[in-house]
Design a protein around this ligand. Structure first.
Ligand code: ADP
Ligand code: MG
Ligand code: MG
Length: 889
């Protein structure tokens, strides 16, 4: 095998082998762009090293051969005393990864060659500046010396000299600094800074390999599900110098604005600087446009190169470049990151430019980005006082009074206050407070901290790890940078999409994208938002492409109408239990308490017209589209009062010798119905089988409602869904009764009703016997929430707050299986059940209801296993439509 590729040998499609940076450096080289010559060591070499603990035998020779060739090309030798060739050693995996080793620049400098470099360049200051940078970077990243020691020494040198920026240090100062830096290395690393240039290079290469297995890199890979065996490539690139005086410099640029997508000149430039200086904020950079005045020739060339890159990659690119004494060099490019809004705009702009087609445009945006655009946001025209920035953990814009403990959060929110829960970090005890709060702000912890995970699960705005904040929970206050103190009750605003924290109330505006979906803003109108235009067009692309239909989970006409506006093609799940709440609870109570047949029938008779009315409204709202109604699912005790509360009431009445017969009966019923494990108890089809008349009443309500809509010339398309079926026998019994009721209604109303009867597949046994169940079911709807609970044996209501944080931190999964379908486990059951069902009944309709129906990754999976539709909450419908389109293109 070949372990080393010259930049002239690679190309952009070799990311697996050369890493992202190496592949793109090769691509630019072959495009004829000015890239400093160099070579890439493959991920294969890294893999061998990691497996065996030793670099492959052939690697050293190959590196030597490529180094020879490079030296010949450049006309000088690595570290040569009188005129040294210098190189950078740069890590570059397929995916850029936090925790990977940083780049080391200026390799090849030593006590001797620094003199040669000074002479060649005619600039002593430059040579010593380069040398001190090498020792600093090498010491920190290769030898593991604490970087702050170097920073401190540099600061001290500036202080002594009474200057503020590093360019004001002269050659003599820098020479002294080099001596100081070498001392630091010696004491901290227990060895001298290596003077042999080849040793410098080899050690740096090895350090890059080793960083693949650094703790931070490993954790990141587990969470992002990046395989551990990819390995990283290493790029060795001849140095060009931006620190050679005012006609040199270094910069970063985007081929278009990563925030808006607009074409133009975006970037920053810093004169007389090297490497990271431009992003490290050590001196003030100038906007890229000013380069035109500084160096017109390089500027024009850069503009032309950016155009070449855009046309070549057919996408926004970001680049790193350096100008060495008027000569422009390209040091990196890649397809650039962008904001959610820009992603939509850029995708449509590129279609208009004829660079990409509709299918490709769909690959340039994601459902997660669309979801982000649908959150309300802070008014961008508002005057704000930003005080800190943490990690954008869960999107949204939240405003409220700062409270520092969960108890206060709950208490204040009960009395109608909006609160932001501020904690150093949260733990399971904070759950009530988190539920009560508008948003959550923590000063510690990352994207997988308890606060972040739970907030995302609840769809609540969260900023975490805002380390500049000093949260003092004891004194109920926090100190922001600059010393201002936020007391309990002071209003703050947090932006979960950017991580920004503001003092005071920042006005919130609804998302224009939601206004558009709601029909309050129109694409094509004169004042239409550019973003709305782009979203409108992308949604049209998706709708044209997708095979999956998208339905909504909705229980009432209002939600149904909204879902329809958002593009729902029916209701996939109408939960009838929501119709049993409010004033109807009493009727349900009576049903549960009934001692005699007559009493029970009486309460059912009273419930019937109420249910029917709900259905009439729903069928009208969804006229012409399918509506899947699920018969009652939850355990009955959920409709009865809380056991403790009731016991207290009974005891009180007893002590006061007041009449309490009803309460006593209720309490007895609560005891009778009490289950240790209601999730696995008397619920779903089991209720239908043991509570006489309950399901038939519901079926009658559906059938009569459908008949009424027909009589009104409507087009009702009801489907009756039986929950929690585990065996076909259960379904057969319910079905027989249902068919009979439907026939009665048909006869009584003289209408022909086409009511499909089907079942949810949400128990492992149902999935395993799907072939049998399909004999009695006209459709399956996979209830992936319950199926996930029962396949994993996880209680959804408990795990998020108890051990999921630990699981996520340990990388056991990167995302909760309740959020994204567990393809290997739950998913394979879905797939097998779908196949078995269709084998029995080829026209079996297959769908999924449950949170996964609106989750991007899960939607792709459901497309792949051939389901007919997904059903999700109304707000997620656009996301599901988009992802279904992306899955199909
Ligand atoms: P990162 O992956 O962090 O961007 P890079 O390998 O791109 O790391 O390098 C860090 C900085 O050093 C960048 O600003 C880059 O442009 C600069 N740099 C890297 N190699 C060279 C080189 N051969 N000559 C000049 N500057 C370089
Ligand atoms: Mg870079
Ligand atoms: Mg269920």
């Amino acid at each position: 095998v070949k372990f080393v590729y010259d930049f002239t040998e690679g190309n952009k499609d070799l990311k697996d082998l050369l890493g992202g940076k190496g592949a793109n450096l090769a691509e630019m080289t072959n495009l004829g762009l000015p890239v400093p010559p160099g070579f890439a060591i493959t991920t294969e070499a890294c893999k061998v090293y990691l497996d065996s603990g030793e670099e492959p035998a052939a690697l050293r020779d190959e590196v030597s051969a490529h180094l020879d060739a490079l030296e010949r090309k450049m006309g000088k030798k690595l570290g040569q005393a009188d005129d040294p060739l210098l190189v950078s050693v740069r890590s570059g995996a397929k995916f850029s990864m936090p925790g990977m080793m940083d780049t080391v620049l200026n390799i090849g400098l030593s006590d001797k060659s620094v003199q040669g470099l000074a002479k060649q360049a005619g600039d002593e200051r430059f040579a010593w500046d380069s040398y001190r940078r090498l020792i600093q970077m090498f010491g920190k990243t290769v030898l593991g010396v604490d970087g702050e020691l170097f920073e401190d020494a540099l600061d001290k040198a500036k202080e002594t000299k009474k200057v503020t920026v590093d360019t004001e240090l002269d050659a003599a100062d820098l020479k002294k600094l080099v001596t100081k830096f070498k001392k630091i290395v010696k004491t901290e690393a227990g060895r001298d800074f290596p003077q042999d240039p080849r040793e410098q290079m080899d050690l740096a290469i090895k350090a890059v390999f080793d960083s693949w297995n650094g703790e931070r890199a490993k954790l990141y890979r587990r969470q992002e599900r990046i395989p551990h065996d990819l390995g990283t490539a290493v790029n060795v690139c001849s140095m060009v110098f931006g620190n050679l005086g005012p006609d040199s410099g270094t910069g970063v640029a985007f081929t278009r604005d990563p925030a808006s997508g607009h074409q133009g000149v975006y970037g920053d430039y810093l004169q007389n600087a090297q490497g990271e200086d431009v992003v490290a904020g050590i001196r003030n950079t100038v906007p890229l446009a000013e380069l035109e005045q500084i160096d017109k020739k390089s500027y024009d060339q850069l503009m032309q190169i950016m155009e070449t890159l855009e046309n070549h990659y057919k996408d926004l690119c970001d680049i790193e470049f350096t100008i060495e004494r008027g000569q422009l060099w390209m040091l990196q490019t890649r397809v650039g990151k962008r904001t959610a809004g820009a992603a939509f705009r850029i995708a449509t702009q590129l279609v208009d430019q004829g660079l990409i087609d509709e299918a490709e445009a769909l690959q340039r945006v994601t459902g997660a980005q669309l979801a982000q655009l649908m959150f309300p946001r802070f008014d961008e025209h508002a005057k704000v006082e930003q005080v800190a920035r943490g990690i954008a953990a869960s999107p949204g814009a939240a405003v409220g009074k700062a409270v520092f403990d969960s108890y206060t959060a709950v208490k204040w929110s009960r009395s109608g206050e909006k609160v932001i829960l501020v904690r150093r970090e949260t733990n399971p005890d904070d759950l009530d407070g988190m539920i009560a709060a508008e948003g959550i702000l923590t000063s510690r912890g990352g994207k997988t901290s308890h606060a972040a995970v739970v907030a995302r699960g609840m769809g609540k705005t969260c900023v975490c790890g805002a380390e500049e904040l000093e949260v003092d929970t004891k004194r109920r206050r926090m100190t922001v940078p600059g010393g201002h103190v936020v007391e309990e009750g002071d209003v703050i605003s947090i932006d979960g999409s950017t991580g920004k924290v503001y003092l005071g109330e920042v006005p919130v505006v609804p998302s224009p994208v939601v206004e558009y979906f709601e029909g309050r803003m129109h694409a094509g109108a004169d004042d239409a938002d550019e973003l709305v235009e782009a979203v409108h067009r992308i949604m049209a692309f998706a709708d044209r492409k997708r095979r999956l239909r998208v339905r909504a989970n909705a229980d009432n006409a209002e939600d149904a109408l909204r879902a329809r506006r958002f593009g729902a093609q029916g209701i996939g799940l109408c939960r009838t239990e929501h119709m049993f709440l409010g004033d109807r609870r009493e009727l349900v109570e009576r049903l549960i308490l009934a001692d005699t047949e007559a009493e029970r029938e009486e309460s059912l008779k009273q419930l019937l017209p109420l249910q029917k009315k709900d259905f009439v409204e729903l069928f009208e709202a969804m006229d012409g589209l399918p509506v899947t109604v699920r018969l009652l699912d939850p355990p009955l005790h959920e409709f009865l009062p809380d056991i403790t509360e009731l016991s207290v009431r009974v005891a009180l009445a007893e002590s006061r010798q007041e009449p309490h017969e009803n309460e006593l009966r209720l309490l007895q019923a609560v005891h009778r119905l009490h289950e240790q494990n209601p999730m696995l108890g008397l619920r779903g089809v089991r209720l239908g089988l043991v509570v006489p008349g309950l399901f038939t009443m519901q079926v009658r309500a559906i059938a009569e409602a459908a008949a009424e809509r027909k009589a009104a010339k409507g087009d009702p398309r009801a489907e009756i869904m039986i929950p929690l079926v585990g065996t076909v026998q259960e379904l057969e019994i319910v079905r027989e009764e249902a068919d009979q009721v439907i026939e009665e209604v048909q006869a009584a109303t003289g209408t022909q009703l086409k009511l499909a009867i089907g079942t949810m597949i949400e128990l492992p046994r149902a999935a395993l016997t799907a072939g049998q169940i399909a004999e009695a079911a006209e459709f399956f709807s996979f209830g992936t929430n319950d199926l996930t609970q029962t396949v994993w044996g996880f209680s959804r209501d408990d795990v998020e707050a108890s051990f999921f944080t630990a699981y996520l931190e340990k990388g056991i999964f990167g995302v909760s299986p309740f959020e994204t379908i567990d393809k290997d486990g739950v998913g394979s059951l879905v797939k097998a059940a779908a196949q078995a069902g269709r084998a029995t009944r080829p026209d079996l309709k297959l769908g999924v209801c449950g949170e996964h129906g609106g989750d991007p990754e899960s939607v792709h999976f459901f497309h792949e296993v051939g389901l007919d539709y997904v059903s999700c909450s109304p707000f997620r419908i656009p996301v599901a439509r988009l992802e279904a389109g992306r899955a199909a293109s």
